[in-house]
Design a protein around this ligand. Structure first.
Ligand code: 0RA
Length: 646
């Protein structure tokens, strides 16, 4: 090839690379899911994933993440460092290729567990394309190399800027405000919970998080170090920290089956909820898939076999169902799959067929050993399963009653529901309102065309502590089910929802803006999370935000949602304005409630999302469980409402 052709070739490739980067900027959601809070945080996960890959390949054991003062992020690892030698095909430094070529991926070899679907694994080049500025610094072979970019465009060729004894990659990027128009601010807790999760999923790696934006009371920056020697076993202890264990310790295994690395940990606790979490290549597979089926199969067959042989089932008059083996079970399944196929609505369901038997075998072996060696625990588990089966029978009766009632009353909407006239569910909203009196105000204030009101009486049942049949027998909960139109799950799968029948696409929880109100909102959310999770995942659940103050002076009046806003309005009015503090929704009249909280033109609805399902589970078990101190601490830290009355 002549010199000239070579140049042309390089040019053509370069243009292609540029086009790839342009495409990321034009259609960012295709690469990182969205350009909101999630996408913003996804940039961090993307870079960290590359460092984790280095760790999994055995070359790195430390990753430091810093949120800088300007909301830029720095990640630093002690891996091999991104290669800097000239890439044969591209004719430029490999570092530049990794940073500017979409699809070049981190690695050029194929033996790491890269992800082909889902959101992860799109490559650091995407992060580069979506950053106003990015600097990559590589410590490799005794030298420090550097290159900078603006909106993905190289500012100068890779250069050597000094010598070093260290090894590794440092990336500092500032997300581009032209792309992330709503939010540019990082949330410490969101990053912390993902990094903690990664530390549990990849034992032995030390991951740190440091927030340089503000200092605590002691004048120190906030930060944490995540490290786990025992991996999933410790993860389970962390998740179930607010629950009471039923057996002596977490059961766990780690190994390779049919060439697939499998890790499993599980424990039984005294609750009635089932908590299964599954991961593929460190990605939380919300929708489950073949690895989760494998877990269920292994668990059911092994326990059933043991229970049958023990003779404990002899007096039982009915069969044991799959669900019964999972009541009060918390478990994590983590597999590494070379070419994962992701399916499902959110592309978080593993499709690879061969994974089922690998996980099933692994679980069977693990459990057989455990039951053999721990006969006391084995007995406790079987007894728990029997109790669950009995409760399920009672629940079936309750469920049949709900369904019969629904059928008998012809569509059977609850008497307390004030329905809307619009028929198209997409346009309809239902407000779940705390208390009959606020329900009355909401009923007067609403637009009856598309807004329905369902008043809920006082505190609704804490489903975290109730057995399933109690949940289905509860009147308020039955009202929610029938009003929404979704059918209660089947006996085999009690959480299966029929979302096509959903009568309202917006379900708005409207509670007082005080401690009690936020407690009730949490109870309702717990119910949705445990029994209608699909609804939450699909983005149908919202929380209304009623104002806290009415600031009035002469004919001027404005509402305030917090103290700062109240003071600002008072100033604007020239001071000495009258301030009414709303103690509850009941103190507002219908017009005020409409203006501030229900009118789509002016209200703010907070959509409930599940960012991190594993963490959400832990938080609900804490908020709704028996332990008071952690709950108080959490509410004090997180609930804006909590310190208003204090
Ligand atoms: C390409 C090839 C190799 C490592 C990496 C990229 C790499 C990327 C990132 C991103 C953040 N930290 C990273 N560490 C490494 C293999 C290197 C080799 O073969 O020496």
């Amino acid at each position: 090839m002549s010199e000239e052709q070579n140049k042309n070739n390089y040019g053509a490739d370069n243009i292609q690379a540029l086009e790839g980067m342009e495409h990321v900027r034009m259609r960012p959601s295709m690469y990182i899911g969205d350009v909101g809070v999630r996408g913003l945080h996804h940039l961090v996960y993307e870079v960290v994933d590359n460092s984790i890959d280095e760790a999994l390949a055995g070359h790195c054991d430390r990753i430091d993440v810093t949120i800088n003062e300007d909301n830029s992020i720095t990640t630093k690892d002690n891996g091999r460092g991104i290669p800097v030698d000239i890439h044969k095909k591209e004719g430029v430094s490999a570092l530049e290729v990794v940073m500017t070529k979409i699809g070049a991926g981190g690695k050029f070899d194929k033996d790491s567990y890269k992800v082909s679907g889902g959101l992860h694994g799109v490559g650091v080049s995407c992060v580069n394309a979506l950053s106003a500025h990015l600097r990559a610094t590589v410590h490799r072979d005794g030298k420090i190399w550097e290159q900078e970019y603006e909106r993905g465009k190289t500012l100068y060729p890779v250069k050597s800027i000094g010598t070093t004894e260290e090894r590794g990659t440092v990336v500092t990027f500032k997300p581009d405000h032209e792309i992330f128009k709503q939010v540019l601010e990082y949330n410490y807790d969101t990053l912390a919970s993902r990094l903690r999760e990664l530390a549990y999923l990849n034992k032995g790696i030390t991951i740190t998080l440091l927030d340089m934006r503000e200092k605590d009371e002691k004048g120190e920056y906030i930060g944490e170090t995540f490290h786990s020697d025992e991996g999933l076993k410790e993860f389970i202890r962390f998740l179930d920290g607010n629950r009471e264990m039923l057996i002596a310790d977490v059961i766990s295994m780690e190994g390779e089956k049919n060439g697939i690395p499998v890790e499993v940990a599980m424990v039984y606790n005294t609750s009635y909820t089932e908590n299964l979490h599954s991961y593929v290549n460190n990605i939380n597979t919300h929708e489950g898939g073949t690895h989760l089926s494998g877990f269920r199969r292994g668990l059911t067959t092994t326990l059933k076999k043991y229970a049958d042989a023990s003779g404990m089932l002899d007096k039982l008059k009915f069969d044991i169902a799959g669900d019964d083996f999972r009541e009060g079970l918390t478990a994590i399944v983590s597999v590494k799959v070379a070419e994962p196929q992701f399916e499902g609505q959110t592309k978080t369901k593993l499709g690879n067929r061969d994974v089922t038997s690998a996980v099933s075998q692994a679980v069977s072996e693990m459990l057989e050993n455990y039951l053999e060696e721990n006969p006391n625990d084995a007995k406790i588990i079987v007894q728990k399963v029997i109790l669950a089966a009995q409760a399920r029978h009672a629940a079936r009766k309750a469920r049949e009653m709900v369904q019969r009632k629904t059928v008998m009353s012809g569509g059977g909407l609850p008497g307390k529901l004030s329905d809307c006239s619009e028929q198209d569910p997409e346009k309809c909203e239902v407000f779940l309102v705390e208390g009959d009196s606020a329900g009355g105000t909401a009923k007067q204030g609403r637009d009856r065309m598309f807004q329905a009101i369902l008043p809920l009486r006082g505190k609704i049942l804490n489903v975290e502590k109730a057995m399933q049949h109690k949940v289905f027998e509860n009147e308020e909960i039955r009202n929610i089910f029938t009003a929404l139109g979704v059918t209660i799950g089947t006996e085999e799968d009690s959480k299966a929802l029929n979302l096509e029948k959903l009568r309202y696409h917006k379900i708005v929880i409207m509670c007082d803006a005080d401690v009690d109100g936020s407690h009730i909102a949490t109870l309702i959310l717990t119910f949705f999370f445990r029994y209608m999770r699909d609804l939450v995942e699909a983005g149908h659940v919202y929380i209304a935000t009623p104002p806290l103050y009415l600031v009035k002076k002469g004919a001027k009046k404005e509402y305030a949602w917090d103290d700062d806003q109240r003071d600002a309005i008072n100033m604007k009015f020239g001071g000495a304005a009258g301030i009414q503090r709303y103690k509850g929704l009941g103190e507002m009249n219908a017009e005020q409630l409409w203006d501030t909280t229900m009118n789509p033109e002016f209200r703010t609805l907070r959509q409930v999302t599940i960012d991190n399902g594993t963490e959400a589970d832990r938080i609900f078990s804490m908020l709704m469980g028996d332990e008071v101190p952690p709950r108080r601490e959490f509410i004090e830290k997180n609930a804006v409402y909590a310190n208003i009355d204090a």
